[in-house]
Design a protein around this ligand. Structure first.
Ligand code: HMG
Ligand code: MG
Length: 364
């Protein structure tokens, strides 16, 4: 029964680092990705193919992609790496690395053995139990029901693409220099190429619960309309993002109800909370109660969007893992190991470790 499994998408290496002003050596970024892969996290957003003029910190994402394609993860399970891209140029830059490495990858990785069956998961000890309509996933598949490969560490990593638009015109202009309609147009060639290459695509909808330019009252129907359009275009998952952290429990509940009423399946939704107002955990519980089982987070609470002034980091992965474990849900993540990574990267960046559960775990 996979109903109690919560999938965490670790966005620290991308969302977490993109806003850092000091140049972070690529070796540190790669070490972060490697260390995260050893904590039990199975999905890691590792970089982005955006304009280096707009986001200089992500300029060396090609090297990270090359690294993850070349180097088998030192993890007892396969890892899915995601890369963000805004347009066809980003896709071209991604593909030039991915295609040159993919033949080498086939040489490096042996054929994976058949996966063993997943063990029975514990049940949630709260009212969340049974609230998730997601059917049991087959062995080798994650909570989304998609095949994520075998459990051999010799398995080649799976690569997914992330595209992004936003629920307000102003934010879309500030972030990607185009209108919402133009952003969807830009996704068409990305989506068709991704389908040809059998790559999954996740689509973010930013400012879903508040916009730094248009205010806190973003129309949930606009978010739902965009989610439906993106799914119709072929997106495999929608990450609904509270970029500004303006989301509250009632607003989150209203948005999730609006998405359901528009026909968006809970299993197609991920929630992406920034914790600017300290509401990310309570909003996550609302999401969990609603049946959402995929959540984005950044180790150490790193992060922020350069085009969302004042917004702080993502919800800390350690805090989210602690919350889910306290509710009897399974994440597969070792919180001690994860907390060490959060403390390490915070020190590397000269930042305060923003994870309360991480600091408390290390102090035990
Ligand atoms: P633009 O300046 O309008 O682009 O930027 P353009 O098409 O006019 O091209 C201008 C130049 O940029 C050209 O080069 C292009 O080749 C180049 P030139 O001829 O001058 O030498 N270019 C590129 N170079 C590398 N990679 C590319 C690329 N595209 C064009 N992909 C653009 C438009 C979309 C590129 C720009 O606005 C951009 O890169 N924006 C990305 C902003 C960003 O990364 N934001 C943060 C990520 S989103 C986020 O954090 C939110 C999220 O976490 C969810 C949430 O919390 O809300 C996901
Ligand atoms: Mg974000």
């Amino acid at each position: 029964n996979r109903a109690d499994y919560v999938r965490i998408v670790e966005v620290g290496p991308r969302d977490g680092l993109q806003n850092e002003k000091q140049t972070i050596p690529v070796a540190t970024k790669i070490e972060l990705v490697e260390r995260l892969a050893q904590t039990g996290l199975k999905t890691i957003e590792a970089g982005s193919f955006v304009s280096p003029k707009w986001v200089p910190q992500m300029a060396n994402s090609s090297e990270i992609l090359e690294h993850v394609l070349r180097t088998p993860p030192r993890a007892p399970h396969p890892i899915t790496y995601q890369f963000l891209l805004p347009n066809a140029k980003g896709l071209d830059n991604f593909l030039s690395v991915w295609q040159s490495q993919s033949s080498a990858k086939r040489d490096t990785y042996p054929t994976p053995p058949p996966s063993p069956s997943n063990s029975q998961e514990p049940t949630l000890n709260t009212s969340f139990q049974g609230s998730n309509p997601t059917p049991s996933a087959p062995s080798g598949a994650d909570a989304t029901g998609k095949d994520r490969g075998s459990t051999s560490s010799e398995t080649a990593p799976e690569i997914e693409l992330s595209i992004f638009t936003a629920a307000t015109e102003t934010f879309t202009q500030k972030n990607t220099n185009c209108s919402i309609a133009e952003s969807l147009k830009r996704f068409e060639p990305i989506m068709s190429r991704a389908k040809e290459l059998d790559l999954n695509v996740r689509a973010y909808i930013s400012v879903a619960l508040g916009c730094p330019y248009e205010g806190p009252n973003v129309d949930p129907h606009k978010v739902a309309e965009l989610a439906v359009s993106l799914l119709e275009m072929g997106a495999d998952e929608i990450s609904v993002a509270d970029t500004t952290g303006m989301g509250t429990a009632p607003k989150t509940a209203e948005l999730l109800k609006t998405l359901s009423a528009a026909g968006v399946e809970k299993s197609d939704i991920a929630l992406h909370f920034h914790d600017t107002y300290g509401q990310a955990l309570v909003n996550s519980v609302v999401g969990l109660e609603h049946g959402i089982r995929t959540f984005d987070a950044a180790v150490g609470g790193l992060g922020g969007c350069p085009f969302s002034p004042g917004a702080t980091g993502n919800v800390a992965t350690e805090d989210l893992v602690h919350l889910f474990h306290s509710l009897g849900a399974k994440t597969g993540v070792n919180i001690e190991k994860l907390s060490e990574v959060g403390e390490w990267i915070s020190q590397e960046l000269g930042r305060t470790n923003e994870s309360r559960a991480g600091k408390a775990t290390l102090a035990q």
